[in-house]
Design a protein around this ligand. Structure first.
Ligand code: SF4
Length: 215
């Protein structure tokens, strides 16, 4: 039997001992968090760290970034690849100035109306900037949920209603930021994709069907 409240407490308590340290986790500035999420798309965090630091050093806020030319942005971002990101950031900056008076919008539909802002990125900006209750569904968080409930995991599972409902049902509504950091970090460090999950170290093992079936 899964107890959502106990899972939340266990997960956040594990997180406080194990959180990964990233420069975009020490800010609540939605511009910087949006920037980091765009950079992290399909790119490893370790690659993003130096680029992110350089970028926010040169362009510390959105008005400054919107003054930059595409080639100036390219000079910093080229090492991350995915050229669409550069065009998209340029366009996104102009859109925010034109449509939202230069402020990153809070409403999810407004965020998702910006170029390149997916449902995941919009949710990440809301939860990490403003601590709003968002259950972030990506391949990593869905893998943990799938194993926890003994579900078969496919590429399409992050769009599957059951997975998303379970992810939402476990969300800590009082501490969504810490909860999401902990779930993402657990997926990276313990409930791994390319190696066997380290269930003996996992704070969720007593509820986890995968751990019970493979013990
Ligand atoms: S117990 Fe194992 S399979 Fe289950 S969530 Fe933890 S690491 Fe993943």
């Amino acid at each position: 039997m899964v107890d959502a409240h106990l899972i939340q407490i266990s997960l956040i308590s594990w997180g406080k001992e194990n959180f990964r340290q990233f420069p975009w986790r020490v800010t609540r500035d939605p511009y910087k968090i949006l920037l980091s999420e765009v950079m992290l798309h399909r790119t490893q965090a370790i690659q993003v760290v130096p680029v992110y630091k350089q970028f926010v050093n040169i362009y510390p806020d959105l008005p400054t970034m919107t003054q930059a030319s595409k080639s100036e942005l390219h000079n910093i971002l080229y090492s991350l690849g995915l050229r669409w990101r550069i065009d998209m950031l340029h366009q996104m900056g102009s859109d925010v100035v034109r449509r939202f008076d230069g402020k990153i919008p809070v409403a999810k539909e407004d965020l998702q109306s910006l170029p390149g802002v997916s449902e995941y990125i919009a949710g990440a900006v809301r939860v990490f900037s403003w601590n709003l209750p968002e259950a972030l569904a990506d391949t990593n968080t869905i893998r943990v949920i799938g194993r926890l409930f003994g579900l078969k995991i496919k590429d399409s599972s992050r769009r599957n209603r059951l997975f998303r409902d379970l992810l939402l049902a476990l969300l800590d509504l009082e501490n969504p930021r810490l909860y999401n950091y902990a779930l993402l970090d657990l997926a990276d460090k313990v409930c791994m994709k390319k190696q066997e999950p380290a269930c003996e170290q996992c704070p969720l093992k007593s509820w986890c069907l995968y751990a019970q079936q493979n013990n």
